[in-house]
Design a binder for this molecule. Structure first.
Ligand code: 8GP
Length: 837
């Protein structure tokens, strides 16, 4: 039984005890110690938050111990290391995840209990670390968890933003942004390394000097900022390995500002130095166009320079010959954001280590790999003008890389100048700029897509020209999520149920074992317990909804959820239009028909980028529709609409387990992968989705019958867009489905108020204006059919439960463990390095 497995796991972990003991009494002693000496409260009187702080420090001590052991072991065995470079990590909370991965959850709970506290309540005290925007950033966090769990010798590098992603406040249905000063209450999960600092240089000039009879370029920088390391231990599950996520903070350089001192301008010299700190101050919110912002470029280089100095120092401690670099170091570019690394490594090898250009280039091409996370064709660009000023030597290096690349291409494809212009790393034109994706592709040995469909688009569209040149570089690494975070931490009821019926907890390290649930597909007891777990999670969610929005929801209703960043391509608008249509239908029904209706709670959540007007209007429309429907006494519990404010990782942990149905509505060909779909799948929530991104592979895995697929397929989307453009001139109301036209008219004519405000929103889906680029009109009918199918399936709870079980049983392939193992073996060529007990 489960107890036995827990006991076995406990034995295993107590064997791992190091200096600090993990039995409840020892933990309790440590908690009280930290209450008294770290939190500086009396051990006779402390509250939940102080209990959280003390427990966090108690856990942190244990993390540090393992983290030391892991690094000593890595140092001794000198494995090839992976450095994962990412400007965003969405870690969320750390306490529950840490105690679970350390295998001390029961002991901690007991220790707290004896002190009169409850673990769940104490864990709730923690705020989220939100140093990222959305999919890409949460993926990085799951991948760190997998790297640690699978014992890979890896380091993560990122920026320690003082302000994470803005907090979303809703006032009168409108989104407002408030700064997220997350460090206000201290952060016990990081260790400041005041001695691990590097100077990062900016501006200045490039000069030519004679060295050993040869001319050599040197960069004479004009400004120096100091990077200070903050280490965040990442524990693996079921292993002693604890790896490091090193985040850099900018501090004024300790070097004295001589000039200001000499001119007597002491006050200004201090003020200028303060400006240095702004570099790592704030995370850029995702408007997917930070193009041309100087601060963003400063952040990128600050991050790249500090990380690479650290990496090279470590390499040089262990090795003397740079020829060994490709055998010992793998550098991963998480999207184009860290791509300046390429120029920086060249600069280090050529200008500082004097390796010579060709040798340096040869090495650089063997160490970088690259993953892109977007379907958008127009990628990141850095204006040459900015670079020239901020990083003059890097600009020269980029030009030289491009010159050599184009020369090579001329040999390969001839003087086809239009093709060469497309391939070029430098984009000519009104605003001359560096194309970061081209740079990353040219220098990386591997270019990864995040789903099969995404890779296909990279090959045939986005990077078609590059694919023709380097077909072997292009690989698919379908995303995954960590079952530790998304089942074990967030859905303890399901965790226990799965372990009980599989007779093992091994699936927490090996998600493929989840397929064993299929053996119990028709077991009535299993069904009963399965439904019970969902019910409890729905209760938890219903309480939260009532607390946040005042709306009381019925547990018998289908909880239908769409939570993700608000984007036109994700089509939250389609969802809202569907809700309005449902409302219309209910209004027109007689009493008898209403009795047969499946009640719904429609839950929407997500942040709009502060400058993204249309997205903000979608949020307002959602509130306006909710207000109308929720107050219609005619409708009652049959339909409720709820907007969950400030969606983030910890809100997701509460919402996802409580969902019956989840929506993933991106117009096919727009979502590179999607990872929310996988989290819902793992929690036994059925998907209503387009055949986009990784959903295509979910369909492959669990079968079309076990989710609700709708809408144009990728190959149909382009045709439909063409068709509507050719129809453009006359407005053809006849071609717009009746239901759709009606819903649109209601919004436009002010049925939900604010018609002037919603006008431009409506225009995005109308002919002759926005031209309905995301095809809401043509997908609407199919969307409603899928919704009807979901209603029908929900009535048959046996069938629904089977589908739910099959979803979880098929989710093993979507574990980030699978993704990471694939990266490790086929891209990074690194091997597990397991720290002995
Ligand atoms: C996202 C993709 O939109 C999503 O489909 C994918 O699942 C996820 O990355 C992980 O691969 N992309 C981003 O979050 C993204 O491009 N963010 C940039 C603004 C930083």
């Amino acid at each position: 039984g489960l107890g036995e497995h827990r006991a076995k796991a406990e034995r295993m972990f107590s064997l791992m005890d190091g200096f600090l003991k993990n039995d409840p009494i020892s933990l309790q002693k440590d908690i009280l110690h930290h209450v008294e000496y770290t939190v500086a409260r009396s051990r006779f009187s402390f509250d939940d938050f102080e209990a959280y702080q003390a427990l966090a420090h108690t856990v942190r001590d244990r993390l540090i111990e393992r983290w030391h052991d892991t690094h000593i072991y890595f140092k001794r065995t000198k494995p090839k290391r992976l450095y994962f470079l990412s400007l965003e990590f969405l870690m969320g909370r750390s306490l529950s995840n840490s105690v679970i991965n350390l295998g001390i959850e029961d002991q901690c709970a007991e220790a707290l209990n004896q002190l009169g506290f409850e673990f769940e309540v104490v864990a709730e005290q923690e705020g989220d670390a939100a140093l990222g925007n959305g999919g890409l950033a949460r993926l990085s966090a799951c991948q760190m968890d997998s790297l640690a769990t699978l014992d890979y010798p890896a380091w993560g590098y990122g920026l320690r933003y003082e302000y994470g992603l803005f907090r979303q406040i809703i006032v009168d249905g409108f989104q407002h942004e408030k700064p997220d000063y997350w460090l206000n209450f201290g952060n016990p999960w990081e260790i400041e390394r005041i001695h691990v600092t590097y100077e990062v240089k900016f501006y200045g000039t490039v000069e030519e000097v004679e060295m050993n009879g040869e001319k050599q370029k040197v960069w004479i920088p004009g400004e120096t900022v100091e990077a200070v390391a903050y280490d965040n231990p990442i524990p693996g599950y079921g292993t002693r390995n604890t790896i490091n996520l090193r985040l850099w903070a900018a501090k004024p350089s300790s070097k004295f500002d001589l000039e200001a001192y000499n001119t007597g301008d002491y006050i200004n010299s201090v003020v200028n130095r303060q400006n240095a700190e702004t570099i790592s101050n704030v995370l850029y919110p995702d408007d997917r166009s930070h193009q041309g912002k100087e601060l963003r470029l400063e952040q990128q280089y600050f991050f790249v320079s500090a990380s690479l100095q650290d990496i090279m120092r470590r390499f040089k401690e262990e090795h003397t010959n740079f020829d060994e670099l490709p055998e010992k170091v793998a550098l991963h570019l998480n999207d184009t954001h860290p791509s300046l690394s390429i120029a920086e490594v060249m600069r280090m090898l050529v200008d500082e280590e004097h390796l010579g250009w060709h040798k340096a280039w040869d090495i650089v091409c063997k160490i970088f790999s690259f993953t892109t996370h977007t379907m958008v064709t127009d990628g990141e660009k850095i204006p040459v003008e900015l670079l020239e000023n901020l990083l003059p030597r890097h600009l020269e290096i980029l030009y030289e890389i491009n010159f050599n690349f184009l020369e090579e291409m001329k040999k390969r494809i001839g003087l086809d100048y239009s093709r060469l212009a497309l391939l070029s790393i430098v984009e000519e034109g009104a605003m001359k700029s560096i194309r970061m994706a081209n740079l990353a592709i040219v220098c990386s040995h591997t270019v990864n897509g995040v789903s099969k469909l995404h890779l296909e688009k990279l090959k045939t569209k986005t990077f078609k020209d590059f694919y023709g040149l380097y077909p072997e570089k292009f690989q698919c690494k379908t995303n995954g999520v960590s079952q530790r975070r998304w089942i074990v931490v967030s859905n303890p009821g399901l965790r226990d149920l799965i372990s009980k019926w599989l007779g093992t907890e091994a699936w927490i390290r090996d998600a493929d074992l989840l397929s064993g649930l299929r053996d119990h597909l028709d077991n009535a007891d299993f069904h009963l317990e399965w439904k019970m777990v969902k019910k409890v999670n729905k209760m938890r969610l219903a309480e939260y909804i009532e607390a946040m929005s005042g709306v009381k929801v019925s547990l018998d209703a289908m909880f239908d959820v769409q939570v993700k960043r608000i984007h036109e391509y994700k089509r939250q608008l389609l969802n809202i239009f569907g809700i309005i249509h449902r409302y219309n239908c209910l209004k027109n029904m007689d009493k008898d028909s209403r009795r047969k209706v499946v009640p719904r709670v429609c839950i929407i959540g997500g942040k709009a980028a502060p400058g993204y007007e249309i997205a903000k209007k979608i949020i307002k429309l959602c509130h306006a529709v909710a207000e109308k429907i929720n107050n219609d006494t005619d409708i009652g519990d049959l339909l409720k609409v709820v907007f969950i404010p400030d969606y983030n990782v910890s809100v997701a942990e509460l919402v996802i387990p409580g969902a019956d149905l989840s929506q993933h509505l991106s117009t096919a060909g727009n979502e590179a992968s999607g990872t929310g779909n996988m989290k819902f799948l793992m929690n036994g929530c059925l998907l209503l989705a387009t055949a986009d991104g990784s959903t295509v592979e979910i369909i492959e895995e669990i079968g079309e019958d076990n989710l609700f697929v709708f809408g144009a397929k990728v190959h149909e989307v382009e045709k439909r867009r063409q068709k509507r453009l050719s129809n453009l001139a006359p407005l053809q109301p006849a071609k717009v489905p009746l239901h759709f036209a009606r819903v649109l008219r209601m919004v436009r004519d002010g049925y939900f108020g604010h018609n002037d405000y919603f006008k431009s929103l409506c225009e995005t889906v109308e002919f002759g204006f926005g031209n309905d680029y995301y095809l809401l009109t043509s997908d609407f009918g199919s969307y409603l059919e899928a919704q009807a199918a979901a209603d029908k399936a929900f009535v048959n709870q046996d069938k629904w439960t089977r589908m739910s079980i099959l979803s979880v049983a098929g989710s093993g392939r979507f574990s980030s463990d699978r993704t990471i193992q694939d990266y490790a073996e086929s891209t990074w060529k690194i091997s597990p390095c397991r720290c002995p007990l």
